[in-house]
Design a protein around this ligand. Structure first.
Ligand code: ATP
Length: 264
């Protein structure tokens, strides 16, 4: 199959290796994501999850192999144009503390951080407000971003990443550092987003099976820069595969579509 011309393929990673300081962060990884799929990428610290997400987000180039995102092959395309078609949210993204929440979201339209001199219109403002409301932080639009709690910031970051109406949404540990209530709320909202057929393809990185939104469809398990298992969520997130990925014997239970893992 010619990956570059398939309309439904949003990510095509073919035998990609990323090397830094003579060590492989990920090694010969192959992975495909289609338009209507919602993926969770799971694995222990240092497994290579963020490296893979950064490839999919056009923030890194592979040292070997190829990466094609939204039909554009990295290394042969204008990265800045490609980035405007992607929603990307990660803890590493620095957003201006002294901007209002509304401005932080609205300015994503220009794929810039900070308002600078761009002008935006009412359409953008009302879209930003609707997205903030979708994630339960509509009432915070006039607050300065720097005054928000960690949980509120995560929600604003996701609203911001959806502002560009992305064709692919990449979320790096959106629930990390949240208290139980905030985590449950965000998992529910992400599940609703995943269930909406108009939503973009979604890839969510996490360490915890408890954070898998029930409407997600696929999973990729990583360890030591390689893939342990990938495919449909139910077939992939098994006690056996998780035990391999995390390197300890685990017991797994599933209640109402939510996963729970504990050591055996
Ligand atoms: N620039 C770099 N130079 C050398 N090693 C790096 C570099 N960036 C990342 N690494 C290493 O590559 C490995 C994979 O990192 P990555 O951030 O992709 O893992 P991760 O699965 O997202 O981990 P975590 O769950 O802890 O965030 C780690 O061992 C990390 O220390």
């Amino acid at each position: 199959m010619d990956w570059a011309v398939s309309d439904d393929l949003v990510i095509a990673v073919d035998k990609a290796t990323v090397t830094r300081n003579r060590s492989d962060l990920i090694r010969s990884v192959s992975w495909q994501v289609e338009l209507d799929e919602r993926w969770v990428v799971l694995g222990p610290n240092g497994a290579g999850k963020t490296t893979l997400l950064n490839l999919a987000g056009a923030r890194l180039y592979p040292t070997r192999g190829t990466v094609t995102v939204l039909g554009e092959r990295l290394g042969r395309t204008n990265i800045n144009e490609l980035k405007t078609r992607l929603g990307f949210s990660s803890a590493g993204l620095q957003l201006p503390a002294d901007e209002t929440v509304r401005d932080v979201v609205v300015t994503a339209s220009w794929a810039v951080v900070g308002r600078f001199t761009e002008r935006y219109d009412r359409m953008d403002e009302s879209r930003a407000q609707a997205l903030l409301e979708q994630f339960g932080v509509g009432a915070l639009a006039d607050r300065l971003y720097g005054t928000l709690s960690e949980g509120e910031r995560k929600r604003v970051q996701i609203a911001r990443s959806l502002m560009v109406d992305p064709e692919l949404l990449l979320l790096d540990e959106p629930t990390a550092g949240l208290d139980l209530g905030a985590r449950e709320d965000l998992v529910r909202r992400l599940s609703e987003l995943a269930a909406d057929p108009d939503s973009p393809a979604i890839v969510l990185v996490t360490h915890h099976v408890e954070e898998i939104p029930p409407e997600f469809t696929h999973a990729l398990l990583m360890r030591d820069g390689g893939i342990v298992a990938q495919g449909l969520l139910r077939d992939t997130v098994t006690a056996e595969n998780l035990s391999k990925a995390f390197g300890l014997p685990l017991r797994l239970s599933i209640v109402d579509g939510r996963y729970h893992a504990q050591a055996r």
